[in-house]
Design a protein around this ligand. Structure first.
Ligand SMILES: O=C(O)CCC(=O)C(=O)O
Length: 300
């Protein structure tokens, strides 16, 4: 078992057959799994790619979103709140206030966003190649492309003069069809798969190291289990780009997902009131992004 896998239990634990890379050598390391459908590559990012990604990040202007729209009554007992971390989406933006992409609710959920920079576009091709190699055909939807990406910034938020560690994500499912790929930079994070409503030990805990790639898919990891980021290490005094006012980033994660292209709509095509709900965010993005300025112009 790789040293960074801290626990596993339950489920089928077949020893995975060694995979062969195109050049003949094994793809390493596979990581431990409670069922087929989880793969971990500790050293996926090369030094030059990592540097190119950090350079790209330094130009980004992530935003803080509110969880709910301002216009309507919130689900019973839910107070409006800011997300725990700043985010940026590529390919398609799932604004939290539109309640994310959750088939069968797919309309007015994903707004066309900036394309991938060259370094990510290249990495994604390689990740898609691995997905097709590692996952059963039945677990990869027709037309599958990792065409959208959530960039999460994890770290400490300055609150009334105090630095508060908000580097975590609660239990949830990713509803996009097919496998999800996750690329990490910075402090390692403890990523866990848990049963819905379970209070016991996680079924699989995986440390996500700097430069690593995690893939998960199939009915166990995508449908049955929830996942969460339990905590992010604090070993180094990292401060990753970009500079974000009132926030210090020590980990950045890129999560790539497939949203069927017909469910990604231009800002101008969003139905009211969804367009009204996100207009403020698109205006904020447009202050630094030619793409979102054009989206606003097209909607005038
Ligand atoms: O930061 C991570 O490793 C995972 C983030 C996540 O769970 C998500 O984006 O759905």
């Amino acid at each position: 078992m790789p040293s960074n896998v801290v626990s596993r239990r339950g489920g089928a634990s077949r020893a995975p057959a060694p995979l062969r890379a195109k050049g003949g050598g094994p793809l390493r390391p596979l990581g431990a799994r409670v069922a087929p459908g989880h793969h971990y590559f500790r050293d996926f990012l090369t030094g030059p790619d990592r540097s190119a990604l950090l350079e790209y990040l330094s130009e980004l202007h992530p935003i803080w979103e509110n969880r709910y729209p301002e216009r309507q009554a919130r689900p019973e007992g839910r107070a409006q709140r800011r997300l725990l971390r700043p985010v940026y989406w590529l390919g398609g933006w799932q604004f939290a206030c539109l309640d994310y992409y959750r088939p069968p609710r797919v309309k007015n959920r994903v707004v066309a966003a900036e394309p991938y920079p060259p370094v990510l576009a290249r990495l994604v091709l390689e990740i898609e190649r691995r997905v097709h190699k590692l996952f059963a055909v039945s677990d990869v939807p027709r037309g599958f492309r990792l065409n959208t990406c959530l960039i999460n910034f994890y770290g400490n938020r300055l609150e009334q003069g105090r630095s508060v560690d908000v580097a975590r994500v609660g239990e949830h499912r990713d509803f996009e069809p097919g496998p999800v790929a996750s690329l990490s930079i910075g402090e390692r994070a403890l990523f866990q798969f848990v049963e819905r409503g379970a209070t016991g030990a996680p079924l699989l805990s995986q440390w996500l190291d700097d430069g690593s790639l995690q893939l998960f898919g199939g009915s166990v990891y995508k449908d049955r289990l929830l996942h969460r980021v339990q905590r992010v290490g604090r070993n180094a005094e990292l401060s990753l780009p970009p500079a974000i006012e009132g926030f210090r980033t020590r980990r950045v994660n890129f999560t790539f997902r497939f949203v069927p292209p017909e469910h990604i709509v231009a800002f101008r095509e969003l139905a009211e009131p969804a367009r009204r709900d996100v207009r403020g965010y698109v205006e904020e993005l447009g202050r630094h992004s030619r793409f979102f300025r054009a989206a606003l112009d097209a909607a005038r």
